[in-house]
Design a protein around this ligand. Structure first.
Ligand code: ZN
Length: 295
C-alpha cells in the first residue's frame, strides 16, 4: 500500500504532465496556424508576382504590336508617296567615311529630311562615330569593301568575297547590323578586273546573290570622281540624269575634300522635291539596279 505522500506525488506528476501536454498542444496549434498563415501569405505573394509578370508581358506585347503597326503604317505611307511621285531618287555616297566630307553631307541630309545610302570602305576607330551617326540618323550603311585597291580585290572571286566579308564584319561590330547591300569597287560593269582575273565579274555578280547579298550599280552618275570639276557640273550631271517613272540610283562620293558635291547637294535635293520625286535609302526590298557585266 502506497502512502499518502506517494499518492500526492503521483497526482502532482499527472497534473504536470497534463500541463506539459497542453502547452505542447498549444504550441503545435500555434505552429500549424503560423505555417498556414505564412503559406497563405506566400501564395498571395506568388499570385501577385505572377499577375505583375502577366501585366508586364501584356504591356510589352502591346508595345511591340504598336511598333509593328507604326512600321507597317509608315511603309504603307511611303508606298503611297512613291506611287504618287514622279520617280524615286536614291542618293548614294561611296568611298567614305571621311572626317572631312561625311559630316557635312550628313548635316545637309538631316536639314532636308532626306535618307541616303553610304557604301563604306574600311574606316579607322576615329571614324566609327560617323558610321554610327549614319545609322542613327536613318541612313543605310552599305558595303563597298575593306580595300578599294583593284589589284588586291579582283585577283579572284574568293578575294573579292573576302573583301566584302571583312567590311561587313567591321560594320557589324560598329552598329550591330549585318549589311547585305553591296557595291563593287568600280561597279559591276568594271573592266579593270580583267587585268587581274579574266571573267571574275561574271562569276562574282552571280555569287554575291547566291551568298545572300544584293548589289547596286547606278543609273545616274554625278561624275564627281571623274570629269566634273565644279558644283554646277555635279548639279547638271545629276539633274539631267534623273528620269521620271523609275528608280534613280545616283552615284556620288563622300571621299575627302569633295566640296563640289557638298556644294551641289542642297540644290539637287531641292530639284528633286520641286519636281515631285521622293528620296529613299536602299533597303533589302529595293529592286537592284545593275550594269551589264563586261568581264
Ligand atoms: Zn568606290
Amino acid at each position: 500500500m502506497k502512502n499518502i505522500y506517494e499518492v500526492g506525488n503521483v497526482g502532482e506528476n499527472l497534473k504536470n504532465r497534463y500541463i506539459l501536454m497542453t502547452i505542447i498542444g498549444i504550441i503545435i496549434i500555434i505552429l500549424i496556424l503560423f505555417i498556414g498563415i505564412v503559406a497563405r501569405v506566400n501564395t498571395k505573394k506568388q499570385k501577385k508576382i505572377a499577375k505583375e509578370l502577366q501585366v508586364q508581358e501584356q504591356m510589352e506585347k502591346e508595345k511591340e504590336e504598336e511598333i509593328m503597326r507604326f512600321v507597317l503604317e509608315n511603309k504603307q505611307k511611303e508606298k503611297e508617296e512613291e506611287e504618287k511621285a514622279t520617280g524615286i531618287i536614291y542618293l548614294t555616297f561611296d568611298d567614305g567615311p571621311t572626317a572631312d566630307s561625311t559630316p557635312q553631307i550628313l548635316d545637309i541630309l538631316q536639314r532636308n529630311d532626306v535618307k541616303a545610302t553610304f557604301f563604306v570602305l574600311h574606316y579607322s576607330e576615329q571614324n566609327e562615330e560617323l558610321i554610327k551617326r549614319e545609322n542613327e540618323e536613318g541612313h543605310k550603311v552599305a558595303l563597298h569593301g575593306y580595300t578599294h585597291t583593284y589589284s588586291e580585290i579582283y585577283t579572284s572571286a574568293d578575294s573579292c568575297m573576302e573583301n566584302f566579308r571583312k567590311i561587313q564584319e567591321q560594320v557589324y561590330n560598329t552598329i550591330g547590323e549585318k549589311s547585305t547591300i553591296i557595291r563593287f569597287p568600280g561597279g559591276g560593269s568594271n573592266t579593270i578586273s580583267r587585268k587581274y582575273c579574266e571573267g571574275v565579274m561574271t562569276e562574282l555578280t552571280q555569287r554575291v546573290i547566291d551568298e545572300g547579298f544584293k548589289y547596286f550599280d547606278w543609273n545616274v552618275d554625278s561624275d564627281d570622281a571623274g570629269r566634273a570639276k565644279t558644283s554646277d557640273d555635279i548639279y547638271n550631271n545629276v539633274t539631267n540624269g534623273i528620269k521620271p517613272g523609275r528608280s534613280n540610283v545616283v552615284l556620288m562620293h563622300d571621299f575627302a575634300k569633295n566640296n563640289k558635291t557638298i556644294d551641289a547637294l542642297d540644290r539637287i535635293i531641292a530639284f528633286g522635291k520641286e519636281n515631285g520625286y521622293v528620296f529613299r535609302k536602299i533597303t533589302d526590298e529595293t529592286p537592284m539596279i545593275r550594269h551589264a557585266v563586261n568581264n
